[in-house]
Design a binder for this molecule. Structure first.
Ligand code: SF4
Length: 337
């Protein structure tokens, strides 16, 4: 179901835009169908009131918890969620009251270090299914304040659904716009949509290397845009939106952690309005990469910061539950718990 289908359904019952907002907020905030302190009678048409229980049941059925894998920090957890057609996506509860949602089942970009990329694109995740992941996360953490689009899929390949979800979350969902984070490998259509958007999210740009040829090998079906041009486009958006860019770098032992790459990062990012998130690779069966030692990663981050590129070393939530992006789904597919 799309958010536009939901609005259509409400309009057919006599709802106006204010009624639609009221109903959407009931869903987004899991409010009681009585309306709580402000009873719904008198605020919604009778036909909408009568249809509400069925409508909410349909929305609640968009995602179903298949399994939950808590992290050792007691806060983060990976959720495997079933969609109505039997497909599955992963949603991650992050430390510091965030959630990472999936925008596609599978992914066409095919990053060489990503389990999701190995299966190609299976289908788009609808805008209401994206929002349903956030609703489920908020039921598990009432303080939820940040949504990052960094789960399975490339958001710019499902642009209309992702931007619809972002608009709804920013307008009715109670999220500050800069707490919605659009993550991309870089795509001209995405830059155009973000610049034109009413709700402007923060932007995360996956770089992974400063070398155009190596990037074509690591991200084989990402648009061929030179790293310099990607950073220029991202930097322009950062200055227009007022939010710094989060440049993403999956650190692969012996692949993108050498001195020439560090020089390349400094050349690209020094003086930019943004920061570099360096994430040591999560080892995964069947993927031909190694995770560098934490000490080595720490030394790289320190060197970059010293050379003028603000660098944060991060561990991806779920490392300790053997659940990098796409791994839960892959494990279920082969019958492993
Ligand atoms: Fe797709 Fe992201 Fe995986 Fe690359 S890292 S294949 S863009 S899901």
């Amino acid at each position: 179901m799309l958010i536009s289908d939901l609005r259509q359904r409400l309009r057919a019952l006599g709802a106006n835009p204010a009624h639609e907002s009221r109903v959407l907020r009931l869903w987004l905030h899991s409010l009681p169908l009585t309306g709580g302190k402000r009873p719904l009678e008198g605020w919604l048409p009778k036909a909408v009131l009568e249809a509400l229980p069925g409508l909410m049941a349909d929305l609640d059925g968009l995602v179903a918890l298949r399994s939950e894998h808590p992290g050792s920090d007691g806060v983060s957890a990976r959720l495997l969620l079933g969609l109505t057609d039997g497909q599955t996506v992963e949603t991650v509860l992050l430390p510091r009251d965030g959630v990472c949602v999936s925008s596609q089942v599978g992914c066409a970009v095919g990053c060489a270090f990503c389990m999701t990329g190995t299966e190609g694109l299976i289908r788009q995740v609808g805008s209401a299914e994206i929002v349903a992941q956030v609703v489920m996360a908020r039921r598990k953490n009432a303080r939820l304040k940040k949504v990052v689009f960094m789960g399975m899929g490339e958001p710019s390949h499902n642009l209309a659904n992702v931007m619809d979800a972002i608009t709804l979350l920013g307008r009715e969902g109670g999220f500050a716009h800069k707490q919605l984070v659009f993550s991309t490998v870089g795509d001209e259509r995405a830059f155009a949509a973000l610049n034109a958007a009413e709700v402007k999210p923060a932007l995360a740009l996956s770089l992974h290397t400063s070398d155009a040829d190596k990037r074509a090998e690591l991200l084989p079906r990402a648009p061929r845009i030179a790293p310099q041009d990607l950073v220029d486009a991202a930097d322009a958006y950062a200055r227009a939106s007022g939010y710094p860019i989060q440049y993403q770098w999956t650190l692969l032992d012996g692949v993108n952690d050498g001195p020439e790459e560090l020089d390349g990062i400094v050349r690209l990012l020094q003086g930019r309005y943004g920061l570099l998130n360096m994430i040591p690779f999560n080892s995964a069966p069947g993927l031909p990469f190694m995770r560098p030692s934490w000490d080595r990663a720490r030394a790289i981050a320190a060197e970059l910061s010293r050379r003028g590129v603000l660098t944060k070393l991060r561990d991806s939530a779920g490392q300790e539950v053997d659940g990098g992006c796409g791994q839960l789904r892959a494990r279920e597919a082969v019958g492993r718990p």
